[in-house]
Design a protein around this ligand. Structure first.
Ligand SMILES: Cc1ncc(COP(=O)(O)O)c(C=O)c1O
Length: 282
C-alpha cells in the first residue's frame, strides 16, 4: 500500500539563508545604527557601485522596488500619454502597471511557447508610429534573445527597457549580463527573488551617463544640486511614505543587502564551479 504524506515546501526559505550569514548581516545593521547613515549615503552609494560592477553596467541606481525601477526608467526616457510600449502578456503585473502609470499604452504580445519569453516576430509586428519602446522580460531567469531585439530597436529608433527583475546575473546572448545591453534595465530585490533585500528594494542599470544623472535626480525629488529641483521627482529617502510612484532605498536596506549579495556571489560561484567540474567528469 502506498502511503502519501504531505510536505509544504516554501517558495523560499529565508530563515535558512539568514542562519548562514547572520553575523555579517547583524554587523551591517549595527554599523548603520552606529553611524546613523539612515538614508542615501555611503552604503547606498557603495551598493550602487557594487551592483553596477556585478551587472557589468556603468551605473546602478538603487530605488525602492522593481516597480519603481521600471516607472523611473520609463519616465526618464520621456515616455508618456500617447506613446506605446510593447511588452509581453506573460509577466508579473508590475511590468504593465509601470507602463500604465506613465499614461502610455501597453501593447501586449504573446510569448514563444518554448521559452515563455517575448515572441520576436510578434513584437516586430506590433510596432506602430506611436511605439517608443520595447520592454522584454527575462522571465524565471531565462533571458530573452537580445541580439535580434537590439538590432530591431536600432533599425526602428526604439528604446529597449529590460525588465530584468527576475534575472540577476543571468547571461545574455550578447555575452553581457542582463541589465547591461539595453538603454536601461530594471531589477527587483523583493525578498523572495534570487537576490533579495530585507524588505523592498530595486535597482536601475544603464550605461548612459546622462540618463543615470536624470535617474539619480528623479529618485531624490528631482534635485540636481542641493535644494535645486528643476523637475518634479520622487522621495527617495523614505521607505514608509510610499504613495503612487515612490522611490526609496535606504541605508537600512543597502547595508544588509550588501552582506547578502556577497554571499549570493560566492554561492553562485561555488554552484558554477561544482557544475563545471561535474559536467567535466560526466
Ligand atoms: C518580471 C517582474 N517585473 C517587475 C516586478 C516588480 O518588482 P517589485 O515587486 O520589486 O516591485 C517583479 C517582481 O515580482 C517581476 O517579477
Amino acid at each position: 500500500m502506498t502511503v502519501l504524506t504531505k510536505t509544504d515546501i516554501p517558495l523560499v526559505d529565508l530563515k535558512a539563508q539568514y542562519r548562514t550569514i547572520r553575523d555579517e548581516v547583524r554587523a551591517a545593521i549595527d554599523d548603520v545604527l552606529e553611524s546613523m547613515q539612515l538614508t542615501i549615503g555611503p552604503n547606498v552609494r557603495a551598493f550602487d557601485q557594487e551592483y553596477a560592477a556585478f551587472c557589468g553596467a556603468k551605473h546602478a541606481i538603487g530605488v525602492g522596488s522593481g516597480t519603481d525601477a521600471l516607472q523611473l526608467a520609463i519616465r526618464a526616457l520621456g515616455i508618456a500619454a500617447g506613446d506605446e510600449v510593447i511588452t509581453v502578456s506573460h509577466t508579473f503585473f508590475a511590468t504593465v502597471e509601470a507602463i500604465l502609470y506613465s499614461g502610455a499604452r501597453p501593447i501586449l504580445v504573446d510569448v514563444d511557447p518554448k521559452t515563455f519569453n517575448m515572441d520576436f516576430a510578434a513584437a516586430a509586428q506590433a510596432i506602430t508610429p506611436r511605439t517608443k519602446a520595447i520592454m522584454p522580460v527575462h522571465l524565471y531567469g531565462r533571458t530573452v534573445d537580445m541580439k535580434p531585439l537590439l538590432a530591431l530597436a536600432k533599425e526602428k529608433g526604439l528604446q529597449i527597457i529590460e525588465d530584468a527583475c527576475q534575472a540577476h546575473g543571468a547571461t545574455l546572448d550578447t555575452g553581457a549580463k542582463a541589465g547591461a545591453s539595453g538603454r536601461v534595465s530594471a531589477f527587483s530585490f523583493y525578498c523572495s527573488k534570487n537576490l533579495g533585500a530585507y524588505g523592498e528594494a530595486g535597482s536601475i542599470t544603464t550605461n548612459d551617463d546622462a540618463l543615470a544623472t536624470e535617474l539619480r535626480s528623479l529618485r531624490e525629488h528631482g534635485q540636481s544640486t542641493r535644494y535645486y529641483h528643476p523637475v518634479i521627482g520622487y522621495n527617495a529617502r523614505s521607505t514608509t511614505r510610499r504613495v503612487r510612484a515612490p522611490v526609496a532605498v535606504s541605508s537600512w536596506q543597502a547595508a544588509p543587502y550588501r552582506a547578502r549579495s556577497s554571499s549570493f556571489v560566492s554561492v553562485a560561484r561555488r554552484s558554477a564551479d561544482s557544475f563545471s567540474s561535474s559536467a567535466g567528469s560526466g
